[in-house]
Design a protein around this ligand. Structure first.
Ligand code: 5GP
Length: 345
């Protein structure tokens, strides 16, 4: 554990609001200028309860996200929680973080543009304060309308032109029982054509048709990949598509187990991926909701796959390759990671 903590790490699959930990929720300041007192800050207590480490199911996870969204009531709170999330990753020795979030016009956040502005501002502020590189992926929550998906793609393209070093990609996520992947394809294609990288959540419920469509779309990365292997709810055909595509998979061990998408860590497809040489990277998904850290996820992976220290190094170096960072970012990160491993004694 201590070793995994001190290792420099890269986080490639982290939903902003899912990464708001209990510790952050309990400290959400009241920015209300109308002079409400701190006792009105009901959100911290209400939401802290839902995050106790327990087994959820997918439906419960999505209810939890909705509760957390209740906290993000003002642009100031959004800015503040973003800085706190980044700081928590930095304290876990994460040197490169790809945050993803669906921009929302909710509560007192007047527009998706203001949402983007607050998150980007927080990223810029943190990068000045801590030695961490942070990128932003604009998500489409699949329960959104096609029109809203289009809006998010337009937003992502616009903000990537303004901040090319920060806004680098798009993600499709959200409740897999809602929405249809194909309806978002035109928006995703537009984003890809304008230079953005794409990652798609392969459906966490068995849906071979959609999983195949997503893999055939050849995104730069995919999330989860549960229900793909024929022994684990998928089909031979799907597994072979994944195998030959060489698309890196973002593996989120605690998330998959706690949300009951896989029955136990020993039954997790990470073993099959390792045996078949499918590229993967270790991620947290929602460090807040699943009460985890990247250190913990690396530790779980090391225990499950019986990884040596050298293999942990290789895993980290590969995550640099799979990241959506620029060639300069990758050179810098490679030098940092190699430097740490050379000097660790
Ligand atoms: P946000 O986009 O509000 O910053 O982060 C929370 C959102 O991320 C959730 O409402 C959901 O759309 C998405 N999300 C977080 N974790 C998962 C997950 O494990 N699976 C899926 N499919 N979506 C998720």
């Amino acid at each position: 554990e201590k070793f995994c903590k001190s290792m420099p790490k890269l986080e490639l699959h982290a939903h902003l609001n899912g990464c708001i930990s209990n510790g952050i929720l309990e400290r959400v300041p009241v920015f209300d200028r109308s002079g409400k007192n701190a006792e009105d800050n009901w959100i911290s207590h209400e939401n802290a309860v839902v995050q106790e480490k327990k087994t959820l199911d997918l439906a419960e996870c999505f209810r939890t996200f909705a509760k957390i969204h209740e906290v993000i009531r003002t642009p100031e709170i959004l800015h503040w929680v973003t800085t706190q999330v980044i700081e928590e990753f930095w304290s876990d020795n994460v040197i490169y973080l790809e945050l993803r979030t669906t921009p929302k016009k909710i509560h007192n956040i007047p527009s998706k543009d203001v949402y983007m502005e607050k998150v980007v501002d927080a990223i810029i502020e943190c990068q000045k304060k801590f030695p961490i590189v942070v990128k932003l992926l604009v998500s489409i929550d699949r329960k959104l309308s096609v029109l809203e998906g289009e809006e998010n793609a337009t937003l992502a393209i616009k903000w990537s032109k303004k901040f090319p070093n920060i806004v680098v990609g798009m993600d499709l996520s959200g409740d897999p029982s809602k929405g249809v992947f194909e309806s978002f394809v035109p928006s995703l294609v537009r984003a890809r054509d304008s230079g953005l990288k794409l990652t798609l959540h392969l459906p966490e419920v068995a849906n071979a048709l959609e999983a195949e469509q997503m893999l055939d779309f050849r995104p730069h990365r995919v999330g989860h990949a549960v229900n793909i292997h024929p022994d684990l709810g998928g089909t031979q055909k799907l597994w072979e598509i994944l195998l030959t595509s060489r698309i890196p998979v973002e593996v989120c061990l605690s998330s998959n187990v706690l949300s009951k998408c896989v029955s136990s860590i020993d039954e997790h497809h990470i073993k099959y991926m390792q045996d078949s040489g499918i590229p993967f990277v270790i991620c947290t998904d929602d460090s807040g909701v699943f009460c985890t850290t990247l250190t913990n996820e690396y530790q779980l992976a090391a225990n499950t796959l019986l990884l040596s220290q050298d293999e942990l190094k290789v895993l980290t170096l590969k995550s640099i390759d799979y990241s959506f960072g620029s060639p300069e970012d990758k050179d810098m990160l490679t030098a940092m990671v190699r430097g740490w491993w050379e000097n660790r004694n």
